[in-house]
Design a protein around this ligand. Structure first.
Ligand code: GLA
Length: 383
């Protein structure tokens, strides 16, 4: 699918060509996982895969949507009571309603869209969809919403219309992405810095376990609750601790008998991860990829053993990375399936991919997918 084909589909369905085309990407995250809703730092970058939508205002005060990938269409009104039934349409509806809550109203429109960001692979296809619509509506209706608020609108859509209490990382990366740069984002203050990322002699590659990751009604929200419980216990003794980001391991140990083992393990991971990210950023500044890679492996270990968001398949992929000399590897994103992100020396790349593909297929009878990572720009008008 490309933009010309999308425009043709739009024309056939709605009887005229779209007035504009917008696109917004998925993301990777080098390190700093499950830290965003703990007020910590993350290090994501937008990728060259995302959602592209064709758009035109209509005269019927209704939203008409067509998902090319699902080959499904829907139609709904603009009021809170008009929530569509289709899961994918709720993301668009949520964006419209979150804009309305901020006093920004839109009129009826037609849109058709497709995506090339794999669904459920931990690459934030949903944030790409939210950001594409938030960005497009802001532009077409001249709503004057700043980019920070656009990202928050996507996040609020997840909270209020999808049921995932996510942090800000995915939507922020999708809106603020910049070619060749990662974003070091402080998720409490939303201060951010672009970090040029061009690891000479290395490649960054994703291996997709093809285990579907599904965050709605699932343990993601429970992870967040555990973190909040641990932070609240620490706050009783240390009022300055707003989020786990502010806590030390010593503070956590003080409350060991006041929280359950599970909450303790979750908090232990997060406190370690906040520090690991900062160490990895220091190492990146010195082009010290060996240290960055070491931190990535430590993150995987923590996500697997303490945060318990990995699975057999992803642990296996991580072991393959170790076996074939990959510098750094870890599960990426929310977890429960999806991809590993791998920092691998160019000279080891071919062997790693070939051997891992065979090993994985032998063990699980699925061929893993491989995506090279190209760090790209954020939400934009494509035409
Ligand atoms: C999902 C969420 C993000 C973040 C990651 C884990 O992608 O949407 O907000 O919490 O998981 O780092």
């Amino acid at each position: 699918m490309n933009i010309e084909q999308l425009k043709k589909i739009f024309d056939e369905r709605y009887g005229s060509l779209p007035e504009a085309v917008y696109s917004s990407p998925g993301r990777v995250n080098l390190i700093g996982e499950h830290t965003d809703y703990n007020g910590g730092f993350v290090l994501p970058g937008a990728i060259d895969k995302g959602i592209t939508l064709a758009f035109k205002v209509n005269e019927i005060s209704k939203i008409r949507l067509y998902s090319v990938d699902y080959d499904e269409s829907t139609e709904f009104g603009l009021a809170e009571a008009d929530k569509p039934a289709q899961g994918w349409a709720k993301y668009v509806f949520g964006v419209i309603r979150e804009l309305a809550k901020r006093g920004k109203t839109v009129s009826g429109f037609d849109a058709a869209f497709y995506g090339d960001v794999p669904l459920g692979a931990g690459l934030s296809s949903s944030a790409a969809l939210e950001s594409a619509f938030a960005f497009a509506l802001n532009d077409v209706f001249a709503l004057n919403v700043d980019s920070f608020e656009l990202a928050k609108i996507g996040q609020a859509t997840e909270h209020n219309y999808v049921g995932v209490k996510c942090g800000i990382m995915d939507q922020f990366a999708s809106i603020f992405g910049k070619k060749g740069n990662l974003i070091r984002l402080d998720c409490r203050s939303l201060e951010y810095k672009y970090v040029p990322f061009n690891p000479v002699g290395y490649k960054v590659v994703l291996i997709d376990s093809c285990v579907k990751h599904e965050l709605v009604n699932n343990p993601y929200n429970r992870r967040r609750e555990s973190c909040e419980t641990a932070a609240a216990a620490i706050r009783k003794r240390h009022p300055e601790v707003e989020f786990l980001r502010d806590a030390s391991m010593d503070m956590l140990k003080e409350v060991k008998n006041e929280i359950n083992d599970e909450d303790y393990m979750r908090a232990e991971f997060v406190i370690g991860e906040v520090k690991r990210l900062l160490d990895a950023c220091d190492a990146l500044e010195k082009d010290d990829y060996a240290t960055v890679g070491k931190k990535m492996y430590e993150t995987h270990e923590g996500l697997s053993k303490l945060y318990e968001v990995s699975c057999e398949e992803l642990d296996f992929l991580n072991d393959c990375a170790k076996k074939y000399g990959v510098t750094g590897s870890r599960i990426m994103g929310g977890g429960f399936g999806g991809c590993t992100i791998n920092l691998v020396e160019e000279s080891k790349y071919d062997n790693f991919i070939a051997k891992t593909t065979v090993d994985y297929k032998t063990k699980f009878n699925i061929a893993p997918k491989v995506y090279d990572v190209v760090i790209s720009d954020g939400a934009r008008k494509a035409e």
